[in-house]
Every structure is written in C-alpha cells, then in structure tokens.
Design a protein around this ligand. Sequence first.
Ligand code: ADE
Length: 277
Amino acid sequence: MNYHVMTLFPEMIEQGLSTSILGRARDKGLISFEAVNIRDYSGDLKHHKVDDYTYGGGAGMLMQAQPIYDCFKAIEKKINEKNCSDRADDINDSAENADKSTEKPLRVIYVTPQGAVFNQQMAADFAKEEDLIFLCGHYEGVDERVLEEIVTDYVSIGDYVLTGGELPAMVMIDAISRLVPGVLNNDESAMTESFGNGLLEYPQYSRPEEWMGKKVPAILLSGDHKKVDEWRLEQSLLRTKDRRPELYEKWLIDNPPKPEKKKRRRKKSDSADSVND
Ligand code: ADE
C-alpha cells in the first residue's frame, strides 16, 4: 500500500506516521508514505501563495485549484510510471507497455467534514487499493472545480470540525494500514476487536487477579474456553446495547435468532424400545 498525501504541512504527516506499528510496517516495505507539499506547485513563484479570497464574499481564504491540480498530476504521473515499470519488469517488455497508464482509476480521498463518515467497512475497502491519494484541506476549504476534477471519495472522520485535514488523513491511514496483510503481527491480528463482528469488544483483564478490591471475573480463570467465549459474546452484546444502541439494533437485524432445529420424529424402528422388540 502506497499513501500519497497532498498537504501544506508535510512534516506533520512524516512525524505522525513514522513511529510504532506503522513505522515498523514502513521499514518492512509493507506500506509507504509520501507527503507532497502543495505549496511546491504554486504558480506564484515569488510568494508561493496557494490561497485566495472567495468569490461572492465571506470570511477566510480558499485553497486555489491550480496548485492542487498540478500536485495531483505529479503524483499520478509518478504512480503511472512506477506501475508501468513494474509491469515491464513482470513481462520483460518495457517498450510496449512504457506509456500505458494504470487501468484502474486512482482513489483520491478528500478529507472533509462534508464527507461520508469513515468506518471499518470503508477502511477494509480502501485497504484493497495499491495506491491511495489524500487531499488535506486548510483555511475555509478548496475551490470546488478542482474537487470535481480529481476527487473520487469525500470522507469525514466525524461530525466536528478540525483545523485541517492532516489528522483525519492520519486517522484513516492508521485504520487502513492495520488491515494490510503483514502489518499486524499474529498476536495483534488475532485480537478480537471492536467492529470486527459488528459489536464492541468485551472487557479484558490482565494480572493481578485482584486490583483495588476488584476481582477478575471468575469465568475467565476457569479454563473453560466454550464458557469464556459465551461470556465474552454476552458482554459484547451488553456493552454495545449500552454504549452504541444503534450498532446493537443493526447487529440484531443482521443476526436474527436461528430457527430451532425441528426434532426428527423417531421412526418406530429407531426407538430404543424397538431394539429390544
Ligand atoms: N477537516 C476538518 N474537519 C474534518 C473532519 N471532521 N473530518 C475530515 N476532515 C476534516
């Protein structure tokens, strides 16, 4: 997975994504990030301006179309060249394929409070892509014309407004990356996590068995795996019902109670009695 982030603050992206699990995944070559500075594509060679006043009035400045469009075209070109050379390597036929562009349209995600609210399902969908381009807005927003031209997905991280798109982009990149094969080690990926089954995760406990007078639920010490699983599902359901009732309602619809198996009527010849007949 290769992330390309169009931003006015590339250092934020570089620093935010280089530690812990994502840093390790990057070192292993499982994911890559490039933070591309939109300002480098400003047509204003003297002041490198990227914003201007809004037509029709209104407070604040708007990010202009041209620097964003040129930044996007540079990223698109780089991706196409990389894909062509990969393909040429694969079939050892560079001349024929060198100027073919990618067949699949690139996903360009504009992070905006006006987008669809990000969720686990969207993370799983984005994780299937080889390249993802993020556009991080600032100021009062972005000239609509460039959005119409390049954006494929409008995505928000929630119904509140942040000062810019970098944090939302990093939130999405984190959620998507942990679904890329190999990014989580076995222990991490084996974790039963919230949303994996449409429910919130059950409560968990570690040593000691008693802390501040609170005991670990006895069932977890019983060694009875079936009972532990049943308890965990029950706790997940209770927790989801309490904290996220809308998720609980959805789970009930998606998981209707299984119809009770009809008991097979025993033929007379099957009956224990008949054996002795
Ligand atoms: N930019 C500012 N606020 C945002 C939000 N809530 N989600 C995505 N992008 C944003």
